[in-house]
Structures are given as structure tokens and as C-alpha cells.
Write a protein that binds this ligand. Structure first.
Ligand code: UFG
Length: 328
């Protein structure tokens, strides 16, 4: 019995593959390598291709006994999705539709889906609970929510069981330093700040300091990528044991401002990290903090690396050893 990880060469996908291998699960990876890195899959059984490619899915489902699918294969740039929504509907929604059709054809009835806090849009209260309204403010969040809803109806109609995991801000890297975060272009706060520490950028921009937060910069909930990976493993186990669909938030339950993140990076790296205040970035909510109580209660999820300093230290070790990502 194997777990098929689609998008398993990306940042969160590859850390999940690593975690599953540590649990002695048999893993098969499918990734288009459009944004992923083959090196990140560390020798797992690998197929290069898209979830929209029926032939490659036929090959995988025929050659391997797949009992569950973990689905990371989506585009995830908020700004890009606003400029080109159809790209997101095609890859994210249509791609998932094709994947699920193939799962049905081969009798695979469990899927763990990589969803996002962007399904909520502007929060109505903090911390955000799974039962809060979902009103996305960009096509990226909208396509993830459309997939969640498709999966819900597929459960009702065909008994396809799904766990949708709504991540907050994934950060950090494998503590052993084998893999880490490598995006081109990089848009996420922590790797950008660490690029300043490596003298690859002159300064970091703080997108807005006039928010209604303690220091005026945005508050986010940073969660270690291996803690996300752990949650995916527990979600597969829960589907195997309980056979029930669910939706869970995954965050630390603590928020840090952009300025606090930069300060912690200064502390970890010993670099002075020049910062400049820039205008607000369109579509940024002031504060996003998750309530992850449900995942803790129902999945038994126990984050192993809740400290922001530790999350940044692991990212820093990776970036120092791989200043040019996997090409280093
Ligand atoms: N930020 C800066 N300067 C930068 C980069 C980011 O000030 O150079 C700020 C952002 O404005 C934001 C915070 O740092 O306030 C975090 O930004 P990221 O881009 O790292 O992450 P986001 O919170 O925007 O996005 C994350 C995921 C998305 C997901 C979203 C859900 O990366 O995929 O959470 O809310 F959609």
C-alpha cells in the first residue's frame, strides 16, 4: 500500500514525503517540476508529470497499490491569481477534478488536500475557527475553497473521504538540513529576510506599518513545515481508521508581526538586516492567527517546533548551506 503525493517535489510536499518516509510509509511522488525540485524528493519513487495527464495517472494507479492521495499540486501565488484567475481555475480546480476522476476510476477513496487560510478572506474574529465564514478575497483562495466544496459533495455522492488542511504561514526547513525552501521568485517573508542576511538583497521591505496591530505591521501565524508534514500523516491515518471527512486549520495559534519576524531573524543570523517601510501590499489582512484546537483534538496533532526562533534557525541553516537553493 502506497501513498501518492502529488506536488511532492514542492516545499511543503517534499517535507511531507520526508516525514512519511521516516514513518516507513511507501511513497510515490508525482510532480510536474514546474516549481518543484527533483532533489527535494530524496530518492522517493518519482514520476514527472501533471495531475491533468491521464496517462501518467493510469500508469501510477496501475503499477502501484495506492491507498490514499495527498494533494499539493497547485499554484499558490496570491498576486498572480488576481492577474490571471483562469490559470488558477485551470490548474487548481480542473487539475483536481481530473485527479479525483482517476481516483474514482481506480477505487481510491481517500485524499488529503492542501488548503489555505486564504479560504477565509478577511477574518471575522481571531483566532480563526474552521466554522468561521469563508469569503476569499482572491482567486487563489477561491479555487482552494471550490476544491474543498467539490470534495464535500464527492463524499456525499460517492463516499470519497477527504481531509482538507488549511495552512497558515508555512516556514522553516528540515532540522537535519536535507531539504528546505526554494522558490523562484521568492515572495515569502522569512526567506526574503534571510536573503538579506546572505547579502543577496540590500534590505527587506515592510509592507505597511499603519495596520491596527501592536507595531503597525501585519501579524501572521508561522508554522513549521515539518509540523505541517506531521499533520498530513495524521490525516491519512485518520482517514484509514475513521473514514470520515474533515477540515482543519494548521497554525501555531500565536501571531508575530513582520517587525518581530525581522527582529528574530536579526537575533538568529547576527546580521543587522536593513528594513524599509513600503506601502501596504494589496489584499493583506492585518492579522491572521489560527485556532488549531480541532486538529489537536481530533487528529492528535502535536506541533514539535512551535518556537519562531527555532523555525527561523532551521530555515537559516538551510539557506546558509544552500544560498542558491537546490542548485547550490
Ligand atoms: N511581507 C513583507 N515584506 C515582504 C514579504 C512579505 O512585509 O517582502 C509581509 C506580508 O505583507 C505579510 C507577511 O509579511 O504581512 C507574510 O507574507 P508572506 O508573503 O510570507 O505570506 P502571506 O501571509 O501573504 O501568505 C501565506 C501563504 C499564502 C496563503 C496565505 C494565506 O504564503 O499562500 O498565507 O493567508 F494564501
Amino acid at each position: 500500500m502506497a501513498i501518492l503525493v502529488v506536488g511532492g517535489a514542492g516545499y511543503i510536499g517534499s517535507h511531507t514525503v520526508l516525514y512519511l518516509q521516516d514513518q516507513e510509509e511507501e511513497v510515490v511522488v508525482l510532480d510536474s517540476l514546474e516549481t518543484g525540485h527533483l532533489e527535494a524528493t530524496l530518492g522517493a519513487t518519482f514520476y514527472e508529470g501533471s495531475i491533468e495527464d491521464e496517462r501518467i495517472l493510469d500508469t501510477i494507479f496501475t503499477k502501484h497499490t495506492i491507498d490514499s492521495v495527498i494533494h499539493f499540486a497547485a499554484y499558490s501565488l496570491v498576486g498572480e491569481s488576481v492577474g490571471n484567475p483562469l490559470k488558477y481555475y485551470e490548474n487548481n480546480v480542473l487539475g483536481t477534478y481530473k485527479l479525483v476522476k482517476k481516483m474514482q476510476e481506480y477505487g481510491v477513496s481517500r485524499i488529503v488536500f492542501s488548503s489555505t487560510a486564504a479560504t477565509y478572506g478577511e477574518p471575522v474574529s481571531i483566532p480563526i475557527k474552521e466554522s468561521d465564514p469563508t469569503i476569499p478575497t482572491n482567486p487563489y483562495g477561491e479555487t482552494k475553497l471550490a476544491i474543498e466544496r467539490m470534495l464535500k459533495w464527492c463524499d456525499q455522492a460517492y463516499g470519497l473521504k477527504s481531509v482538507c488542511l488549511r495552512y497558515f504561514n508555512a516556514a522553516g526547513a528540515d532540522p537535519k538540513g536535507q531539504i528546505g525552501e526554494d522558490h523562484t521568485p521568492e515572495s515569502h517573508l522569512i526567506p526574503i529576510v534571510l536573503q538579506v542576511s546572505l547579502n543577496q538583497r540590500e534590505h527587506v521591505q515592510i509592507f505597511g506599518e499603519d495596520y491596527d496591530t501592536k507595531d503597525g505591521s501585519c501579524v501572521r501565524d508561522y508554522i513549521h513545515v515539518l509540523d505541517l508534514a506531521q499533520a498530513h500523516y495524521l490525516a491519512v491515518q485518520s482517514l484509514r481508521e475513521k473514514d470520515e471527512s474533515a477540515i482543519y486549520n494548521l497554525g501555531n495559534g500565536a501571531g508575530f508581526t513582520v517587525k518581530e519576524v525581522i527582529d528574530t531573524c536579526r537575533d538568529v543570523t547576527g546580521h543587522n538586516i536593513p528594513a524599509q517601510v513600503a506601502p501596504r501590499r494589496a489584499g493583506d489582512p492585518a492579522t491572521l492567527i489560527a485556532s488549531s484546537e480541532l486538529a489537536k483534538k481530533e487528529l492528535g496533532w502535536r506541533p514539535a517546533y512551535p518556537s519562531l526562533k527555532e523555525i527561523i534557525s532551521h530555515a537559516w541553516s538551510w539557506h546558509q548551506a544552500h544560498p542558491n537553493g537546490f542548485k547550490s
